[in-house]
Design a protein. Sequence first.
Length: 104
Amino acid sequence: MEVKIGKLSDFPEGKMKKVFAQGKELLVVNIGGNLYSIDDICTHEECSLADGFLREEVVTCPCHLAQFNVKTGAVVQRPATGADIESEPTFKITVKGEEVFAEV
C-alpha cells in the first residue's frame, strides 16, 4: 500500500527523519537527492535509528552501535554485545511532484 509520508522539502539532503505510516515507524534518508527508507527500529534492541548517526549511507544505532546500510537494509556492523541481528526491512519511496510516498 502506498502511503503519503510528507513533502520533498521535509527530507533535506544528508538528513534522517522518522515518519509513521500504517502503524510502522520508518527511517527516511536523503542521499544525493535520492530518498531511501528502512525500518526505524533497530533489530538488535529496538532503539530508534533516527536518534543515531548517519555517515554517507550507513546509520549507526545510538544504543549499541549496530550499523545498517540505509539503501539496502543490510547489516554493516553488529553491536558490541555480539548478538546476532538481522537486516532491516526496506521500503520503496516514490516522489510525485513535491509529495513523497512509501510502500508499506
